[in-house]
Design a protein around this ligand. Structure first.
Ligand code: FAD
Ligand code: FES
Ligand code: MG
Length: 312
């Protein structure tokens, strides 16, 4: 079997899909919170993707990917069982701290549901009581509900339109979880930056330690290019080597969101060149600028997956 072979694929929706990729060494080394850098082709760009699961027995890691632009759409089109990635490096980033908290809340919004899973499982294995709050826009986008039910003590599913679980924003799910279990000692929140910001603001008045996984633009992933700068507590940190997990009460989310749009023009050009070359339809609409949501965090809604910029 070729290196980095795709051994399983599952499509969760029109834009979200799972790849299980063979890499026995990576599966042995991976820890919750870490990510890989992937190249689809020798000429392709390097993109960071979180290790959403790993199976040491099968020698595989699992990636859950949202097709948002040129490279992820190309992966959606080309990565089938039997195909292989050109390059896969990692595990990268600092592993999440699975501390001694006895009651933990794991919050995943949209695609962020996948990367929060290894942390939920690790806290459970460390003996903590784990509640999960999973938020999606609508029922059709829900994935891994059963996997979380098996790994956690309690699960609150929320959808923006009420088609599955409770109707409401993810912060409504967090409020309900804190009401049901007032002694939560730690919250882990992963999703779009605007969602992580909203969750951090929801927990701030309670003084609950809240860790988030940031998603700045990364190039080398080794601390050398400086592309992944993030402001945390007034200091500049590098997402790739100091993170990606940081204290959500200290992260400057507005700066993070603004920096994510630095290369919009180039990304659009790459996307449209590639669409022309493979006759893929152009995305229906341009991504909405996140600042509008950031300006009104109380009105936060999970973005359409086709527009989502994922929180790593
Ligand atoms: P483009 O059109 O090139 O970009 C779309 C948007 O994605 C950009 O506006 C930008 O905000 C972001 N982006 C583009 N290039 C990069 C880059 N090199 N690094 C980071 N963000 C970029 N996505 C997933 O679907 N699943 C994951 O598990 C996942 N984990 C991540 C973990 C980390 C630590 C980070 C930093 C990002 C993660 N992402 C994940 C985001 C993913 O890397 C981007 O969605 C992807 O690079 C977009 O590439 P594209 O060419 O398809 O889209
Ligand atoms: Fe280059 Fe972090 S990606 S320093
Ligand atoms: Mg790209």
């Amino acid at each position: 079997m070729s290196e980095f072979a795709v051994v399983a694929r599952e499509d969760f929706s029109d834009v979200t899909f799972l790849l299980e990729v063979r890499h026995p060494q990576m599966a042995r080394a991976a820890r919750p919170g870490q990510f890989v850098i992937v190249m689809l082709h020798p000429q392709g760009e390097r993109i960071p993707l979180t290790i959403a699961d790993y199976d040491r027995g099968r020698g595989t890691i699992t990636l859950v990917i949202q097709a948002v632009g040129k490279t992820t759409r190309q992966m959606q089109q080309e990565c089938r069982v039997g195909s292989a990635l050109f390059a896969l490096v990692g595990p990268m980033g600092m592993p999440s701290t699975i501390g001694s908290a006895r009651k933990v809340l794991c919050v995943g919004g949209g695609l962020g549901v996948a990367p929060v899973f290894p942390q939920a499982r690790a806290f459970k294995e460390a003996g903590a009581q784990v509640t999960a709050v999973l938020g999606f826009r609508t029922r059709e986008l829900v994935f891994w509900e059963d996997k979380f039910r098996r790994a956690c003590d309690d699960l609150i599913l929320c959808t923006n339109d009420g088609s599955a679980g409770i109707r409401g924003l993810i912060t409504d799910g967090v409020a309900l979880a804190l009401k049901r279990e007032p002694h939560i000692e730690e919250v882990i929140a992963i999703g779009p930056p605007v969602m992580m910001k909203a969750v951090a603001e929801a927990t701030r008045p309670h003084g609950i330690r809240t860790m988030v996984s940031v998603n700045p633009i990364m190039v080398d992933g080794t601390g050398m290019c400086g592309g992944c700068r993030v402001k945390v507590g007034g200091e500049v940190r590098f997402g790739c080597v100091d993170g990606p997990d940081f204290d959500g009460h200290l992260v400057d989310f507005d700066d993070l969101m603004a920096r994510l749009h630095r290369f919009d023009t180039q990304e659009r050009t790459a996307q449209s060149r590639w669409s022309e070359s493979c006759r893929m339809p152009e995305p229906a609409q341009e991504p909405a600028p996140p600042q509008s949501r950031a300006a009104a965090p109380d009105a936060y809604e999970l973005p359409d997956p086709a527009e989502e910029v994922f929180g790593g």
